[in-house]
Design a protein around this ligand. Sequence first.
Ligand code: GLN
Length: 331
Amino acid sequence: MVQGIANWNTEQTEEWLQGYVDDWVAFFRKHTNEGKVASYIPELKKANPDQLGISIVGTNGMKIQSGDTSIPFTIQSISKVFSFIVACMERGVSYMLDRVDVEPTGEAFNSIMHLEMRQVKKPFNPLVNAGAITVSSILEGNTSDEKLEPIFELLEKLLHYRPAIDVDVYESERDSSMRNRAIGYYLLETGFLESDLNSTLETYFKQCSIELTIEDIARIGTTLANDGRDIETDEEIIPRPIARIAKALMLTCGMYDASGKFATYVGIPAKSGVSGGIMAVVPPRVRSEDMPFIEGCGIGVFGPALDKQGNSIAGIRLLKHIARQWDLSIF
Ligand code: GLN
């Protein structure tokens, strides 16, 4: 256990923590060969399964990065957090919660099963495909570009630059995703969609294809850890009640049917995507001062080799280890 220093926010301790994280990334990288890259979106098959990288940005500004840190990747399901936040900002929280529930499914991210169960009046949560596609339909605007513009504006505020879509990944998913089209038709038939199916699915595929780096993901995580306020300017970018719901959803539903295990063994709100990214949010903890990042941090992880649930296999192990070493659990 790393401990014994009261003030972690110095260059020396930053260097010291960097040494630990470098060792941990090197150690957990070998677990990448136990997973497989996503193949159901053909373009994602091109990813290198050996890669693993992590970026940690504290709300105090301290930054530690290690491994494969400079590879941009499509955020896939991590985008579901952003589209839900934007929809809540546009329509209001109660409007959204009337239309999408906040319950974990215990099923795969692209499961259609619950929609068929009679007593279900709305999709289970906005972080699985059925809920996220419903959210895309609720976003204001008639075309996918109109619907996506506020998501890009939010990301630009969070990151201080405007990210772009990886067109090859977008087209690859658009042309191959029969499953999401099936979910879309089902939602249309059951009256859950608030826009036409085409612009809804186009919005969904495009948001999943937004390209970011792990540092970007960590920065956004930090703002969420900081209750939606920019750590440099203190501007409120995401209203606090919405940031809070987003974190609750990440904790309960963010890792699909591994969410319970992740909450139990790691204990921090997180959202994964099938390209191998994970955004984790560590709120400030009330603990003894001798733990790093006690004022909270955001963590971005990238490791394209996935486990059976579609989460980065080495990324989860690395996060679990760091959470233990630095006592990051919210519990
Ligand atoms: N675009 C992907 C899909 O809809 C996102 C899923 C994921 O990241 N788990 O299948």
